[in-house]
Write a protein that binds this ligand. Structure first.
Ligand code: FE
Length: 299
């Protein structure tokens, strides 16, 4: 919270009159990916329809280098976007188009795979804490074969604001109470907030009732509509017709600030066919992606 040039102070927050409830709470599964990176897959393939346009959410966090040191060596992607948010640690990214960047404490790498690329994501540290999230955001059918694109968003480039009650909000994507996030997308309208709630504070965020939404608590717990979302749990928010947003609260008895991701988006309502790092609309398109990768056409 040190990026003074993008820090906004709000005096007037739009109220949420009819907040959403929780549909259900998800623990995720422990797994490993890449070269033995231990992580929790919070949003799994079975939830892709429910959380359309989101395809995956991985949470990683460890101080044991053995859990992350192998990183993610060269691998392909086609048909969607990856959004990697580093809470702590450093990761070097290189891709087949010659792009290279360093993702570090509080920064985001936003990559649109489009028709495809091959890249690596490798830790640039030999010890210490590595913590963060990787979110996969689908592309509309018409954009799945677009040119690849990426942007490294340094921590200081992520707009932040503090509410009158002291809640700190980082706006990675979309807009929150008039503060435009670092990235915007037309079709999926992603909202991606990192919200820090000191003990006893509350926060409301307007949301269209047909946008799918999740809250992932990663420090302490947060309360939504009378239910607790424990640490390292994802709440899938109900799409209550006529609801106008979500309300988060941190218990006054918490010893330290709660922190949660709020992620929402407009569903695409298009067929989703995934095979590993390829997410397309039909089996034929996935087969084509595998064929193109094997023939070196992804980079
Ligand atoms: Fe990747």
């Amino acid at each position: 919270m040190t990026s003074a040039h993008t820090h906004h102070h709000l005096t007037d927050l739009m109220p949420v009159a009819t907040p959403r409830g929780i549909d259900h709470i998800v623990a995720g599964v422990s797994t490993s990916d890449g070269d033995g990176v231990k992580l929790t897959r919070v949003l799994q393939q079975t939830l892709q329809q429910r959380l359309d346009p989101y395809l995956m959410l991985d949470a990683f966090g460890s101080s044991n280098p053995g859990d992350y040191i192998g990183g993610f060596p060269n691998h392909p992607h086609r048909g969607f976007e990856t959004v990697t948010y580093m809470i702590a640690g450093r990761m070097r990214h290189r891709d087949s188009a010659g792009h290279e960047g360093l993702l570090s404490n509080g920064g985001v790498q936003w990559m649109t795979a489009g028709r495809g690329l091959v890249h690596s994501e490798l830790p640039e540290q030999e010890d210490g804490l590595m913590e963060g999230f990787q979110l996969w955001l689908n592309l509309p059918a018409k954009d799945k074969m677009r040119e690849p694109w990426y942007r490294d968003i340094q921590s200081a480039e992520i707009p932040e604001y503090t509410t009158p009650s002291g809640v700190q909000v980082r706006v990675i994507a979309g807009a929150s109470h008039g503060v435009q996030g670092a990235e915007q997308r037309e079709h999926t309208e992603p909202l991606y907030l990192d919200i820090t709630l000191p003990p006893g504070t509350e926060f409301s965020q307007p949301l269209p009732d047909d946008h799918n939404a999740l809250v992932y608590a990663f420090r302490e717990s947060v309360w939504i509509a009378g239910s607790e979302v424990p640490t390292r749990r994802m709440a899938i928010l109900a799409n209550d017709p006529g609801s106008d947003g979500v309300h988060l609260r941190a218990a006054a008895t918490n010893h330290s600030a709660a922190r949660a991701l709020l992620i929402a988006g407009r569903p695409l309502h298009e067929p989703i066919v995934q095979y590993g790092p390829f997410v397309m609309n039909t089996r034929e398109q996935v087969t084509q992606a595998m064929h193109d990768f094997q023939n070196g056409k992804l980079g």
